[in-house]
Design a protein around this ligand. Structure first.
Ligand SMILES: Nc1ncnc2c1ncn2[C@@H]1O[C@H](COP(=O)(O)OP(=O)(O)O)[C@@H](O)[C@H]1O
Ligand SMILES: [Mg+2]
Length: 357
C-alpha cells in the first residue's frame, strides 16, 4: 500500500517528511485504491463500471520538488498488471513513429486502442509541449485512451493552462487543456524545498582557476542537479527572435562565457534566460582586459539580471570575482557585480539554512 511504502521511506531516513508531498501521496493513494479495486473486478466489472474511467492525476510544480519521485513510488507500489511508465518525450516519439507506420484511417484511435491494451495505467514523466506536432495530437490521443479505460498520471513543470504557451496555433491546443482539466485531478506540488539544490554546497558554485579540474567539478554539479550527463540543446523565444541554449535539463541551462558575453546579447536575452531557468551555468569566465569593456558590460548585465530574479549561478572562472576585471570602463558597476557574485555563493542564497554534510 502506498501510504505505508511512503511512511517506511521516511522512517528509514531515505525521504524527509514533507507536508506538501504528503498531500500528493494521499491523492495518489486514493487513485491506487480505486485502480486496484477495478483490477479485482476484472474485465466484466470494468465494462459495467458506470462511473467510467477514474480521473487521472496531473502533478505540477517547480523542479526538484519530488514530482517524479512521488509518481515513481505510486507506480512501483501499484498492484495493476498492465501499467507503463515512460518519459513524455520518449512517449511522443514512439507515437509519431507509429503514426508514420500506419498512415490510413483514424490513426490516433488505432494507436490508442493498442496502447490501452498494454497499459490501463500510464505514467508520463515531465509532460511538456514544445512543438506543434505534439500539440495537435495530445488532446485526441488522451481522449481516446481515457475512453478505452486508461488512467493517465503525469508530472509537469507547468499547470495545464500554461502548456504550449505562446506556441504556434495555440488555439488548436485549447481543447486538449480543457480535456486535461476535466479528466485529471490537477495538483500543485508546492513543496518549500528544492531537494536537488540540497546536493550542492553553496561554496562549490564558483570554481577557480580554469582547467580540467574545474571542468570536472562543474560537470559533477551539473549531474547532481540534473541527473543527466548532458542536457538537450534548444531555443528560447526572445522578442521575436530566439536564443540558442546549448544544453538544458531539469531547469538548468549551461553556457560558456563566450556564448553569453562575447556574442552580441543584451538585456532581453538575459531576462529570457532568467525567466526560463532556475540555475544557469557559465563556464570559462576569463580574466578580462581593459580592452574588453563590452564583455565586462554584458557580464555586469547578466549577473544583475540573474541576481534580481534570484537565480542560482554555477560558474568556472580564471580568477576570483574581485580579480576578474581589475580596471577599465564600467569598473564602477563591476564592483556591484563582485559583491553580487559573492552573495550568490552564500548558503543563504542557495536556500540552505545550515551547511550540509
Ligand atoms: N522528501 C524528500 N526527501 C529527500 N529527498 C527527496 C525528497 N523528495 C525528493 N527528493 C529527491 O530530490 C530529487 C529531486 O526529486 P524529483 O522527484 O526528481 O523532483 P522533480 O521531478 O519535481 O524535479 C530526487 O533525487 C528525489 O529522490
Ligand atoms: Mg521530474
Amino acid at each position: 500500500m502506498l501510504p505505508e511504502a511512503h511512511a517506511e521511506k521516511i522512517a528509514s531516513g531515505e525521504l524527509r517528511d514533507d507536508a506538501a508531498q504528503a498531500a500528493v501521496i494521499a491523492q495518489l493513494s486514493s487513485l491506487a485504491e480505486s485502480l486496484e479495486a477495478r483490477e479485482k473486478r476484472g474485465a466484466i466489472g470494468k465494462f459495467l463500471d458506470k462511473n467510467g474511467t477514474p480521473k487521472g492525476i496531473y502533478i505540477y510544480g517547480d523542479v526538484g520538488r519530488g514530482k517524479t519521485m512521488l509518481m515513481d513510488l505510486f507506480f512501483a507500489d501499484l498492484q495493476v498488471k498492465s501499467k507503463r511508465r515512460i518519459h513524455f518525450h520518449a512517449f511522443m516519439q514512439d507515437i509519431h513513429k507509429q503514426r508514420q507506420a500506419l498512415k490510413d484511417g483514424d490513426v490516433v484511435a488505432q494507436i490508442a486502442k493498442d496502447l490501452s491494451k498494454q497499459a490501463q495505467v500510464l505514467c508520463l514523466d515531465e509532460m511538456q509541449i514544445n512543438d506543434i506536432a505534439d500539440a495537435m495530437i495530445v488532446g485526441r490521443l488522451f481522449q481516446a485512451l481515457i475512453e478505452n479505460g486508461t488512467v493517465i498520471v503525469t508530472t509537469s513543470n507547468q499547470p495545464p493552462d500554461d502548456l504550449y504557451k505562446d506556441g504556434l496555433n495555440r488555439s488548436l491546443f485549447l481543447p486538449a487543456i480543457k480535456l486535461m482539466k476535466k479528466s485529471f485531478e490537477v495538483i500543485s506540488l508546492a513543496s518549500l524545498t528544492d531537494y536537488r539544490l540540497g546536493r550542492v554546497k553553496s561554496w562549490e558554485s564558483f570554481v577557480t582557476p580554469l582547467g580540467p579540474k574545474a571542468d570536472a567539478h562543474v560537470q559533477r554539479i551539473w549531474e547532481r542537479l540534473t541527473d543527466v550527463p548532458k542536457g538537450e540543446p534548444g531555443e528560447i523565444p526572445v522578442l521575436g527572435r530566439s536564443l540558442h541554449v546549448p544544453e538544458s535539463a531539469h531547469g538548468c541551462a549551461r553556457f560558456s562565457f563566450a556564448d553569453l558575453c562575447e556574442a552580441p546579447l543584451g538585456p532581453p536575452d538575459y531576462l529570457a534566460l532568467a525567466a526560463n531557468f532556475q540555475t544557469i551555468f557559465v563556464e570559462g569566465i576569463p580574466a578580462l582586459k581593459t580592452s574588453q569593456r563590452n564583455e565586462a558590460k554584458r557580464f555586469v548585465l547578466l549577473i544583475d539580471t540573474l541576481y534580481d530574479a534570484k537565480r542560482h549561478l554555477v560558474a568556472s572562472s580564471a580568477e576570483a570575482p574581485e580579480r576578474i576585471y581589475p580596471q577599465g570602463d564600467h569598473r564602477f558597476e563591476f564592483s556591484r557585480t563582485i559583491s553580487r557574485l559573492q552573495e550568490m555563493q552564500s548558503a543563504a542564497w542557495w536556500g540552505q539554512k545550515i551547511v550540509e554534510t
